[in-house]
Design a protein around this ligand. Structure first.
Ligand code: ZN
Length: 269
């Protein structure tokens, strides 16, 4: 037992193996049905999306999860998992440490474009790519794995996310950033981004993965594209390069770096 925990602490950077639970939430959370209908050319819940009303597909607690790591986390830190369409743009996916909630939804803005509610005529080809990728099985699985990994990371590493949130709340300021300028470049966010990338890689063959450039990768994982834009717009290109360096280094360590992911993504549109 002791040996095991020493081993685990040495491998602290090792990612969680939770593919089974990502699939389970994708199916039981109603996302599979939603995306299947969408892919079949239907526009499920169009009226709700048009009127800005949230839609709940399913809500269950973490006792449903099957992988050893999620089962273990459930014992010390059970959470409710909310699955549906959240109309709160920019805040539809999160792990709320004090509310013990994992909230999962496709990005509403992407849905609004995909459904033709927002006009597409002024979008570039690349922006269209973001929309297509944003309403897809691979993107929902990225989102699920990202948020599940925050919950596991918090629970298994001494509730460091909760502690940071509480301290920041007490001091009436934003989340402590541990020397970083932006929350998206903190170690714990990069960890979750790497989990999202794991889910993305699992959705394709190694051969296919090796044809993708860093820039193309960001279009397939629209949140990474958004982060890159935020870093360039809010700070400068150096901030983006610094973040990408850290991300690609972590990816290399986890065996996730494709052969063509050797240069940084620059393009912003
Ligand atoms: Zn995150």
């Amino acid at each position: 037992m002791k040996l095991m925990s020493l081993y685990e602490s040495i491998l602290k950077e090792k990612t969680f193996s939770i593919d089974l639970d990502v699939d389970l939430i994708y199916r039981f959370g109603g996302f599979k049905q939603f995306i299947d209908e969408f892919d079949a050319g239907k526009f499920p819940y169009k009226a709700s999306i048009l009127n800005g009303r949230d839609v709940e597909f399913a809500q269950f607690d973490s006792s449903k999860l099957k992988t050893p790591q999620c089962k273990r986390a459930h014992l010390t830190n059970p959470v409710t998992i909310w699955c549906g369409l959240s109309m709160d743009s920019g805040h539809s996916n999160y792990y709320n440490t004090n509310g013990k909630l994992i909230h999962l939804s496709p990005e509403v803005q992407i849905l609004q474009y995909a459904y033709g509610i927002l006009p597409k005529y002024n979008l570039t080809t690349n922006q269209e790519k973001l929309i297509t990728n944003g309403v897809s099985e691979h993107y929902m699985k990225i989102v699920i794995e990202h948020e599940l990994s925050h919950w596991l990371d918090d629970t298994m590493h001494n509730f460091h996310i909760r502690k940071d949130t509480d301290k920041s709340y007490a001091a009436k300021r934003d989340m402590r950033l541990h020397g970083e300028r932006d929350i998206n470049t903190t170690q714990f966010e990069i960890d979750a981004q790497v989990h999202g990338l794991k889910a993305l890689k699992a959705s394709m063959s190694d051969r296919e993965w090796n044809t993708i450039t860093t820039e193309e990768l960001f279009y397939m994982y629209p949140s990474l594209h958004a982060i890159n834009q935020i870093l360039i717009n809010r700070y400068d290109e150096d901030e983006s390069v610094k973040w990408q360096k850290k991300l690609l280094t972590r990816m290399a360590r986890e065996g996730l770096l494709g052969r063509r992911m050797k240069t940084f993504a620059k393009e912003v549109d």
